[in-house]
Design a protein around this ligand. Structure first.
Ligand code: NDP
Length: 319
């Protein structure tokens, strides 16, 4: 048709999304926020949202002509997909194109945490190698570890594959066992935490996974235990994590995601046994470009012939 679709972009998004959409749709940018704030007359014209952040029920209900929400990222816990489904609004995410990048980063974070490489580099950069001598030996090693993955989906499986050549034992906990995989399956997170000494969290942020990694789980990993989070900060009881790291009940943690990010509790910064990243697991130019293309292609496909590449399970659409 000759009338261009109107796409709302609340807050910041990768510029390539806008470049890809430019000229093909009309773009309306607004500040991000829990409450919808829109220019005069815009609400009745919006047909799509491209977002890296929050789209709650209030936003969805404020837009009577909304057809599709294209989320930048595979995790779409910021989008109320269940509510979108009740309104017949399609939600898409960006699966698969980031699996390898996120899995690579996870391995890097694991090794950084276990071998304290960040602190070691800081030692060199601060001139202490010359002044004070060699950096202290890392208390832990990856050698002989038993690793348990909480989550064994698209990304979890790539992490597991990468762990194989490191000669560690590999197991996982999910709600349903994957019979095609040879890794050890654990029926509960607690049972897995009692058996392994290294836990990697790569589950989505959902009501079910909310604070699933609690004091019990962290303590079960033990004083030599290592916890790595590349899933969502909401899956962890952060107070319990801080307490376990301070007391030594847990050995170390490597975190890419936080409960109230970008705010990171001050207490983490002074701990020697943590490695902290600002949610960068997929954050390379090539991978973010691939994600941006998928966001744009979902929107353009929808308005071309009502086809999307990657709908989420809550809002299925025939390809
Ligand atoms: P998938 O949907 O492919 O896999 C999710 C896995 O989690 C499945 O194995 C699923 O198994 C398991 N799972 C879900 N709910 C539960 C539960 N309640 N208890 C136990 N296991 C559960 O997702 P992806 O691998 O593509 O991505 C996973 C998540 O990683 C994303 O949702 C996102 O939040 C996060 N992520 C973080 C990034 C970062 O920058 N740090 C980058 C990319 C992703 P089952 O259904 O059998 O339980």
């Amino acid at each position: 048709s000759d009338k261009k679709a109107v796409v709302l972009v609340p807050g910041k998004i990768n510029p390539r999304v806008l470049e890809r959409l430019e000229g093909k749709v009309e773009i309306v940018t607004v500040p991000a926020g829990a409450e919808p704030v829109l220019p005069e007359g815009a609400a009745e014209r919006i047909n799509a949202i491209a977002v890296s952040g929050v789209v709650n029920a209030k936003w969805i209900d404020a837009l009577p002509k909304l057809e599709i929400i294209a989320n930048f990222g595979v995790g779409y816990d910021g989008v109320d997909a269940k509510h979108a489904a009740t309104r017949g609004v399609v939600v898409t995410n960006t699966p698969d194109v980031l699996n390898d990048e996120v899995a690579d980063t996870t391995i890097a974070l694991l090794i950084n945490t276990v071998r304290r490489l960040y602190q070691a580099e800081t030692w060199l950069r601060d001139g202490k190698w010359v002044g004070e001598g060699p950096f202290a030996l890392s208390p832990f090693s990856l050698r002989g570890r038993k690793v348990g993955l909480f989550g064994m989906g698209r990304i979890g499986q790539e992490i597991a594959k990468r762990l194989e050549p490191f000669k560690v034992e590999i197991g996982y906990h999910t709600r349903s066992k994957r019979d095609e995989l040879s890794y050890t399956y654990y029926g509960s997170l607690k049972e897995m935490a009692e058996t392994v000494d290294t836990l990697i969290c790569i589950v989505p942020g959902t009501p079910e996974t909310h604070k699933a990694i609690n004091a019990d789980v962290l303590t079960a990993l033990g004083p030599e235990g290592v916890f790595i989070n590349v899933g969502r900060g909401s899956s962890v009881d952060e107070d319990a994590l801080l307490e376990a790291l301070k007391s030594g009940a847990l050995g170390a943690a490597g975190l890419d995601v936080f409960y109230a990010e970008p705010k990171v509790p001050e207490a983490f910064l002074s701990l020697p046994n943590v490695s902290l990243l600002p949610h960068v697991a997929s954050a390379s130019v090539p991978t973010r470009n691939a994600m941006a293309d998928l966001v744009a292609d979902n929107i353009l496909g929808w308005f071309r012939d009502r086809k999307v590449l990657t709908p989420v399970p809550e809002t299925p659409v025939k390809a």
